[in-house]
Design a protein around this ligand. Structure first.
Ligand SMILES: NC(=O)c1ccc[n+]([C@@H]2O[C@H](COP(=O)([O-])OP(=O)(O)OC[C@H]3O[C@@H](n4cnc5c(N)ncnc54)[C@H](O)[C@@H]3O)[C@@H](O)[C@H]2O)c1
Length: 297
């Protein structure tokens, strides 16, 4: 029975994962190498709870309980020593993840489940550095975690079916909808999403249509809440690029090669929302979508 959860990494995803578990009355140890990130995460959880109160979705009491359920740590060994489940949501870097899983394997209880929120790194590869590959699984939450219902549950090559069943049940307890998939490049979400984004970028690159036209066609024609170019800006063009690279290398199929325009934008540091410009321009305080000058004829 999972009661105590450690979340490693207190960035965008880690703070959301900690929030959702704590709100559902799990004890949460939130671990990060940076005290500043931990402070920022608690502040953000506080603000997000206040927003939930203003929308009437939670009470003051639940907010208080959520914050009380979270303890922060800068030491991994301290933060994971008594948990039933550790979810790694640290920076997407294979060397870093392998290092963390080696440490986790040594510091966590022998029956602790080790999960990763990776978007693109092989679960089986991550599990291979532990002595418990049957207990290692992917738990891929979507951003923003408190809002998005999906959890992609990814079986590594050696993941025990009992562990999968436990993680599926746990995801339901959080009010999420789990979907079980197997560990192949991009899993399902990114295997389908990234080629669509890449194709949208190719369409722009080849001059088939402009930024607004491409996004409007996909929004109004396919009922997508956001067009693929705007979504790419939100995800970060560097992240899209590196996931395409995983698909390209993993399948050895040129259909996954990044569009030259995407490569140019990544090299030019036009990464989307995080750098203030991608396909659109993002200005503080301006909520209107403004197409980047580069793409206006
Ligand atoms: N951002 C998204 O939309 C999204 C969606 C789904 C999955 N993911 C995946 O979630 C993971 C985290 O992504 P993010 O966007 O939250 O990243 P982020 O950069 O916002 O946060 C990463 C955090 O990890 C911390 N960290 C680095 N090394 C650490 C260590 N050794 N121990 C503990 N913490 C450490 C950093 O200090 C930082 O706070 C990645 O694997 C990413 O692929 C991201």
């Amino acid at each position: 029975m999972i009661k105590k959860v450690s979340v490693l990494g207190a960035g965008t995803m880690g703070n959301g994962i900690a929030h959702v578990f704590a709100q559902n009355n799990f004890k949460v140890n939130l671990v990060d190498v940076s005290q500043q990130q931990l402070d920022k995460a608690i502040d953000l959880i506080n603000k997000n709870c206040a927003r939930q109160i203003s929308k009437g979705s939670i009470s003051e009491e639940i907010k208080k309980q959520t914050l009380e359920n979270i303890t922060t740590f800068t030491s991994l060994a301290e933060g994971v020593k008594d948990c039933d489940l550790a979810i790694e949501a640290a920076t997407e870097n294979i060397e870093l993840k392998l290092k963390i899983f080696k440490q986790l394997d040594e510091a966590a209880l022998s029956d602790c489940i080790l999960a990763t929120n990776t978007s693109s790194i092989s679960i089986t590869k991550i599990a291979s550095v532990t002595k418990r590959s049957q207990n290692v699984i992917g738990m891929h939450f979507m951003n923003p975690v408190p809002v998005m219902k999906l959890v992609e549950v990814i079986n590594g090559f050696n993941t025990d079916k009992k562990i999968t069943a436990e993680i599926i049940e746990l995801s339901k307890q959080l009010g999420k909808v789990p979907c079980e998939v197997n560990d192949y490049p991009g899993f399902i979400a990114n295997r389908i999403l990234m080629p669509m984004i890449n194709e949208a970028i190719y369409s722009l690159y080849e001059g088939v249509a402009g930024v607004e036209e491409i996004d409007t066609i996909m929004k109004l024609g396919m009922a997508h809440p956001m067009g693929p170019l705007q979504l790419a800006d939100f995800i970060g063009l560097d992240v899209c690029y590196s996931i395409l690279k995983v698909l390209h290398e993993g399948f050895g199929n040129p259909k996954y090669a990044a569009c030259p325009l995407l490569t140019a934008m990544v090299n030019g540091n036009a990464l989307g929302v995080k750098t203030g410009e991608g396909f659109y321009k993002y200005e503080k305080g301006n909520k209107n979508l403004i197409v980047s000058k580069r793409f206006i004829k």
